[in-house]
Write a protein that binds this ligand. Structure first.
Ligand code: 5GP
Length: 189
């Protein structure tokens, strides 16, 4: 997606060996017009699929999923990372290991909002080692709903997440795939 790639080249910053900071449009300040275009692009790429629900993970996935949902006309359910007394006791739960933060955390979705009749599109901001996506797939599998596809805004193609998801025969659509950050230069696949 050219618009997205241009934005990454203009505003993305490589931090350390393998982190891309895109706080100016995706992870802190949100470029709503860009996210609308991203939503339309996901709709085009999954147009042949019957989707009843979009699932994502808090916090950065919420804006992406919500703006995309307008084009699918379906609700968004976001997996909660934080312990909350307000969350129902009856939840699907999975563990996600974050290599970037070096921690493992639980993600939960209330059983009220996901069930075996659902056809789910999973959306998220980044795909790196694939642990967040695998955790979301696990929640959907527990509910016996169907994963129809996974849409990612930025895939880091030099990490293993893409291979793990593609090996599961799930339709994976990444709008920008990064090849490398050699000498802090962003290169796309
Ligand atoms: P994974 O579970 O695929 O290893 O990592 C996915 C999650 O980690 C994403 O939801 C995102 O929040 C975070 N993440 C991984 N790599 C990056 C990165 O290079 N930049 C940013 N901003 N977030 C990342």
């Amino acid at each position: 997606m050219k618009l997205l790639k241009d934005k990454i080249l203009e505003e993305g910053r490589v931090v350390g060996e393998d982190i891309l900071k895109v706080d100016s449009f995706l992870n802190h300040q949100i470029d709503v017009e860009l996210l609308k275009e991203i939503g339309k692009e996901f709709k085009n790429r999954f147009n042949n699929k019957k989707i009843t629900k979009i699932i994502t993970i808090e916090a950065s996935g919420i804006a992406i999923a919500t703006l995309a949902a307008q084009y699918f006309n379906v609700p968004v359910v976001f997996a909660k990372k934080t312990e909350s007394r307000n969350l129902d006791n009856d939840t699907y739960e999975s563990q996600v290991h974050s290599f970037t933060k070096g921690i493992t955390y639980s993600i939960k979705i209330s059983k009220r909002y996901l069930n075996e009749e659902d056809h789910v599109l999973i959306l998220d901001d980044f795909l790196a080692n694939g642990q967040a996506a695998l955790g979301l797939i696990d929640l959907v599998n527990q509910s016996k709903a169907v994963v129809e596809g996974i849409g990612i805004v930025i895939e880091k193609g030099f990490q293993q997440g893409g291979n793990l998801i593609r090996a599961k025969n799930i339709q994976l659509e990444s709008l920008a795939i990064l090849q490398s950050f050699e000498e802090k230069q962003i290169r796309f696949k």
